[in-house]
Design a protein around this ligand. Structure first.
Ligand SMILES: N[C@@H](CCC(=O)N[C@@H](CS)C(=O)NCC(=O)O)C(=O)O
Length: 287
């Protein structure tokens, strides 16, 4: 029998998505660890992701790059949402693990009566039938470090440097792009911080192929998911500046990463491109 799907998103009927803001936003923070309730067993965990979502994208790139596609499964919610929250529709198919039509059902199965935020990525445990985590930072690190990874994207010797980069790239770029599109003094200062961070990275990437060390790490994955959305999302109308190609080393680096299957195959431009946005040429560079 075919797995069920949610009806189309309809805010006229279901309203806009709302949740109990007195709850912490990212309520589940379980970790995969050998000595804990969620041991790293192949085939046990599933990631509910969204193609539109940069935080999900970090997890799906990490999973692909480390060769865990047969170890941890993934499926995608629809890009649209109404009052029922993220849902499984024709766009990307049903929920292959539980047959839920709404992601909310996973949270309710974990905690009956749950009223907090239902977000992607969500890590699900098949064995105990519960949400392990909806905290992307924990999910990406656990996938990178707790299984038999083909490539180490979070090497112990580079972790301090990777996290130090995140300390300024996170606020200025990953979280900064949204603020950079706003009017008023906060927008002006977010734009300055963003362009300053791009310039700093451009300089760094003039002399090295990756942000840290000589291969792709979590630092590159974290930055890239924002770069790939930038000129077709927050900067689609070029209101912040003319676009990433203005930073030639950063732009060449971003396009080089796009040639890697783990980056390319986890990217669906249609899921995050604003209508009418002009798309820079992401192809034409060899690895
Ligand atoms: N900072 C979050 C990122 C997750 C996130 O914001 N996911 C978005 C989609 S990109 C979501 O599902 N948000 C639900 C909402 O904010 O209403 C985390 O730590 O996991």
């Amino acid at each position: 029998m075919a797995l069920p799907l949610a009806s189309p998103a309809d805010t006229a009927v279901y309203g806009s998505y709302r949740f109990d803001t007195s709850e912490p936003r990212y309520r589940f923070g379980g970790r995969i660890a050998p000595d804990g309730p969620f041991p790293p067993e192949p085939g046990r965990y599933h990631v509910y992701a969204g193609w539109f979502c940069p935080w999900s994208h970090r997890v799906t790139i990490t999973r692909a790059l480390t060769g865990l596609t047969h170890v941890v499964s993934v499926s995608y919610v629809d890009n649209e949402r109404d009052g029922r929250g993220w849902a499984f529709r024709e766009s990307y198919g049903p929920d292959p693990v539980n047959g839920f039509t709404l992601l909310r059902e996973a949270y309710e199965a974990t905690e009956p009566g749950f009223t907090g935020l239902v977000s992607v990525p969500t890590l699900w445990d098949r064995a105990t039938r519960q949400v392990v985590s909806n905290t992307h930072a924990a999910i990406e690190v656990d996938l990178a470090t707790r299984f038999d990874a083909e490539v180490d994207v979070f090497p112990v010797r580079l972790r301090a440097e990777i996290e130090a980069l995140d300390d300024w790239i996170g606020p200025a770029i990953n979280h900064g792009v949204a603020a950079a599109t706003t009017a008023g003094p906060a927008g002006t200062s977010a734009r300055a911080a963003l362009l300053d961070a791009f310039a700093r990275l451009d300089e760094r990437l003039a002399t090295q192929p990756f942000l840290v060390g000589d291969t792709v790490t979590l630092a590159d994955i974290r930055l890239w998911v924002t770069l790939v959305r930038y000129d077709v999302g927050p900067n689609a109308d070029r209101a912040i500046h003319p676009g990433l190609p203005e930073f030639p080393h950063l732009w060449a680096y971003a396009r080089r990463l796009y040639t890697l299957p783990a980056f390319r195959d986890t990217t669906d431009f249609a899921a995050f491109t604003r209508p009418g946005a002009e798309q820079p040429d992401w192809t034409g560079v060899s690895a």
